[in-house]
Design a protein around this ligand. Structure first.
Ligand SMILES: C[S@@+](CC[C@H](N)C(=O)[O-])C[C@H]1O[C@@H](n2cnc3c(N)ncnc32)[C@H](O)[C@@H]1O
Length: 295
């Protein structure tokens, strides 16, 4: 029996060697992950992958990672586990108004420039925006809030926002539009008071987006490694931020070429500030920090 008055910390149960991934199993899983998602898994990521996959054990009723590997790698369980494996290894960090100068550029420079194109987007046809690695939705919802503000200011822009990601768990959160309250700190006024609802229950540390914001974005699962993308080929704006860092140079170029095929001439591509696409020979010209215009 545990003596509750005993101040000594409880000893952690010893981990058996089977608790980790053998180098061979790690390499096999890494090869599957990279071929399916493009995400590089160098040996340095082994501890991270082990931690993420341990969360799958309970769901699958498996005792340890060795059993997981035998199930997935040797027991024919890969097809059934692929979505769970991918969900586990993707990194979904995001924030509202992340890399805010992109949103300033969108509203202050890109939209006025697009409005000078033939068939003025937002007036003669909907402005089409695609967030192509949207994670839990903060990025496309930030755009939705900005366009709702534009409408409040009496300058409505007819628009369609599509948001896609490979991670089904991130997409489920995105569709609900409920976030930990500390994510609200990134939402400046007046957006926070207009578009975020706080619970009346002081114990409830979440915020919820108002229906007008949630209804502005259409979410879907899309793997950018797929040979073709079932989205429009005349996007005005594509956000593809903070995902290139996970890919090797060849994959980056292949994916970016496909994305360019979905961007209309004069359209705008945003990548993450820590990402570069130099020397890739893409039909893009740089217009700002991590901002590119389709030729
Ligand atoms: C770090 S988040 C970036 C979210 C958002 N774009 C931002 O900058 O805040 C990277 C996202 O890329 C997604 N991702 C990774 N590989 C992908 C793939 N092959 N196809 C589509 N999405 C992918 C992950 O699931 C994750 O949600």
């Amino acid at each position: 029996m545990i003596d509750v008055d005993d101040p000594r910390p409880l000893a952690k149960p010893a981990r058996s060697p089977q608790d980790g991934l053998s180098p061979r199993d790690f390499d096999r899983l890494a090869a599957i992950i990279e071929s399916q998602t493009g995400i590089r898994m160098p040996p340095a990521k082994r501890t991270m992958v082990e931690g993420r996959l341990r969360r799958r054990l309970r769901t699958l009723g498996l005792p340890d990672l060795n059993a997981y590997c035998r199930h997935v790698l040797d027991g024919g369980g890969l097809d059934g586990e692929l979505v769970g494996l991918i969900d586990a290894v993707t990194t979904n960090k995001t924030d509202f108004f992340r890399e805010i100068d992109h949103f300033r550029y969108l509203m202050g420079t890109a939209l006025p420039a697009l409005s000078r194109l033939p068939h003025h987007p937002g007036r003669d046809r909907p402005l089409k925006i695609w967030s192509a690695a949207c994670s839990t939705g903060a990025e496309p919802y930030t755009v939705a809030m900005l366009l709702l503000e534009q409408e409040r200011a009496g300058m409505p822009i007819r628009h369609e926002i599509v948001a896609t990601d490979i991670c089904t768990e991130a997409l489920a959160t995105a569709r609900m539009g409920i976030y930990p309250a500390d994510m609200a700190r990134m939402v400046p006024e007046p957006f926070a008071s207009r578009y975020l609802m706080r619970s009346r229950d002081p114990e409830d540390a979440t915020v919820r987006l108002v229906p007008a914001v949630r209804q502005s974005v259409r979410f879907g699962r899309l793997n950018v490694m797929d040979p073709a993308y079932p989205v429009a080929t005349d996007m005005d704006v594509i956000f593809f931020r903070n995902i290139l860092i996970y890919f090797d140079k060849t994959t980056q170029k292949t994916v970016l070429e496909k994305l360019c095929g979905h961007l209309r001439p004069g359209g705008c591509l945003f990548i993450g500030h820590s990402e570069t696409i130099t020397n890739m020979d893409l039909p893009l010209k740089q217009a700002g920090s991590a901002i590119f215009i389709r030729n």
